[in-house]
Write a protein of this length. Structure first.
Ligand code: FEO
Ligand code: CA
Ligand code: CA
Ligand code: CA
Length: 582
């Protein structure tokens, strides 16, 4: 974009046409550059990336795999310098190692995968030619991996459900897993969602206790050996040996990148589910409100309202206080009702149903501790609305309205499954939709709201799509919204994952107010097989995470089907990319 792009009145770039190219396609007049890619040094002295000879020790100092969320925290006292934080959601070993044996990974490969998970923090500065450059900063740059210690906070810290033989007090856990989306808090920390943690744990099938079994099943913990066979190298990934270890994942994690020696935390007050991410807004009265999605078909939208108020400013005292905001408050789940189709809009009313506050449970049959650790089951008991895979949920800093990406749900309406309702209006929903919520009287702490679908995605020529009432002949096709972000003018930016229109995923912008509301324009497309995530939109540049480039049927390290970004015959590498107007 750039200041000249006219965010205030609209988005003046020429939309990119759908395509299947193995590169990033940005609008005419825009430049692009890779900021950092898998294997690039994060810590000073890190070895250069050597694909064929990768080691765990090298990976632990380099940028991890499959970066998803990306956030920028301004560096105090320095112009045009930020701490850039990236989530490394998951590893794809068949793409990372030549000749990988899925049944028998080596210890080195497993440890490399541990080091390729987690988060990276790097100092970035605006580059003279545009875009961003990484600095190998000794003080701030940091890798967080499966081996990094986290502390539990909040009402379920120390719970018997969190205790293991390695941590009999249930207060400390090594690592974070499957960190998907996230958010930068108003106090300058990073929140990150632990999403599909179930895939790392083995032998749920061998668990016999019926209560434990039901809990595991509700979180998708099933089967025998895990896909990555980590249980062969660390007993904590074997549910028979450590039945509570899986309860120590599925949380919202908070990292303070400005204090590189601080212990990152997992906030139990925000509940445990397949957390896509969390985004915080400061309510009118100074309390903070986090909005969250549980990314599973037929799962729920949540919010958390803190007990305490945020302190303004960047003093040590204010920062220390603000880091406790997510430790105490009320956790809610959303119920939406429609007002009928006759008004020609998908819209209606909703309420936030309280689940627990501190030691107090509001759900019959569940202690507060059980609400926090087995949040999905507690929520089931109060009949919230089953949504079409809630991904990123983010309040607009400008209006306080909340936008939720509901990525898709091809199971809706299948035999035995819930059919369409006004908030999730399509059976076999393969393209997803975008929900807009307005809290009662614009108060983010309210327990009532109204809602509307902003977009019902897909091919605009299809009668079952809706683009905020805008002329559909003028919009870009969009499918499978995943992450959302806002520019300084309040336009919504949406990145996609899994485009079901047979073209590459990408990044889109759409005004949410005024005559242009619903005018979706495609800003860029990512290489073949990749997902677009982590968008950061500033007045000077856009950052996107290019996750899993070349992840296509039949592809592997021995048969790469993408050579982005290095070209030639190279292996594809997940990366952060900057795009700017030249
Ligand atoms: Fe990791 Fe819900 O996307
Ligand atoms: Ca209606
Ligand atoms: Ca996602
Ligand atoms: Ca976002």
């Amino acid at each position: 974009p750039g200041h000249g792009s006219g965010h205030g009145t609209g988005l003046d770039f020429r939309p990119v046409a759908p395509n299947t190219e193995d590169r990033i396609v940005a609008p005419a007049g825009y430049d692009q550059d890779v900021v950092i890619r898998w294997g690039d040094p994060v810590l000073p002295g890190a070895p250069r990336f050597d694909f064929a000879n990768q080691t765990a020790a090298a990976q632990a100092q380099q940028f991890g795999y499959n970066n998803d969320f990306c956030g920028l925290v301004p560096l105090p006292g320095r112009r045009d310098a930020w701490l850039m934080v990236s989530n490394h959601e998951y590893t794809t070993e068949t793409h990372m190692f030549l000749g990988y044996d899925e049944d028998n990974p080596t210890r080195e490969q497993v440890e490399t995968a541990w080091a390729a998970h987690g988060l990276s923090v790097v100092v970035v500065e605006k580059a003279r030619r545009g875009g961003l450059e990484v600095r190998l900063d000794r003080h701030y740059n940091r890798r967080i991996t499966v081996g990094t210690e986290f502390a539990f906070t909040g009402p379920a810290a120390g719970s018997r459900h969190l205790r293991t033989s390695a941590d009999p007090r249930g207060r400390r856990v090594l690592g974070t897993l499957n960190n998907c989306a996230g958010g930068v808090t108003p106090w300058g920390t990073i929140l990150s969602g632990e999403e599909n943690f179930n895939q790392y744990f083995a032998n749920a099938d061998a668990v016999t206790d019926p209560v434990t079994k039901a809990r595991l099943a509700r979180y998708g913990l099933a089967g025998g050996a895990s896909g990555r066979r980590w249980e062969n190298h660390d007993r904590r990934f074997d549910l028979v040996r450590e039945p509570n270890e899986a309860n120590r994942f599925g949380w919202i994690v908070e990292v303070d990148p400005l204090e590189p020696d601080s212990t990152p935390v997992k906030h139990t007050a925000l509940g445990r589910f397949k957390h896509e991410g969390a985004n915080v807004i400061v309510a009118r009265d100074g309390r903070v409100v986090a909005y969250m999605g549980d990314d599973e078909r037929f799962d729920y939208l949540y919010k958390f309202v803190s007990d305490k108020k945020m302190k303004r400013g960047n003093s040590r005292h204010a920062r220390a206080h603000n880091r406790t905001l997510l430790e105490s408050g009320t956790l809610y789940v959303a119920r939406l009702t429609g007002d009928g189709a006759q008004d020609g809009e998908f819209d209606g009313a909703g309420e936030w149903i309280p689940l627990a506050r501190g030691d107090r449970s509001f759900v019959d049959g569940f202690t507060a501790e059980e609400v926090y650790v087995f949040t999905r089951q507690a929520a089931d008991a109060v009949a919230p609305t089953k949504m079409d895979r809630p991904e990123d949920v983010e309040p607009s800093p400008r209006t306080g309205r909340i936008y939720a990406a509901l990525t898709n749900n091809t199971d809706r309406g299948k035999p035995g499954k819930e059919g369409p309702t006004e908030p999730n209006p399509r059976a076999a929903n393969k393209h997803g939709h975008v929900l807009e919520i307005e809290e009662h009287r614009g108060d983010n702490t309210a327990t009532r709201f109204s809602w509307k679908l902003l977009l019902v995605c897909g091919d605009p020529n299809s009668p079952d799509t809706y683009f905020g009432g805008y002329d559909k002949s003028q919009v870009s096709p969009i499918s499978c919204p995943d992450n959302v972000a806002f520019d300084s003018a309040g336009n919504l930016w949406i990145s996609t994952d899994g485009n079901a229109l047979s073209t590459n995923d990408g990044l889109f912008a759409v005004p949410v107010a005024g005559p242009e509301r619903g005018h979706v324009k495609q800003f860029l497309t990512v290489p073949h097989g990749a997902e677009t995530c982590g968008p950061v939109v500033t007045d000077d540049f856009v950052l996107v995470s290019v996750q899993h480039p070349g992840e296509l049927d039949g592809a592997s390290a021995d048969n790469p089907l993408s050579h982005w970004p290095d070209g030639g015959t190279s292996q594809p590498r997940p990366s952060v990319v900057a795009v700017w107007k030249h």
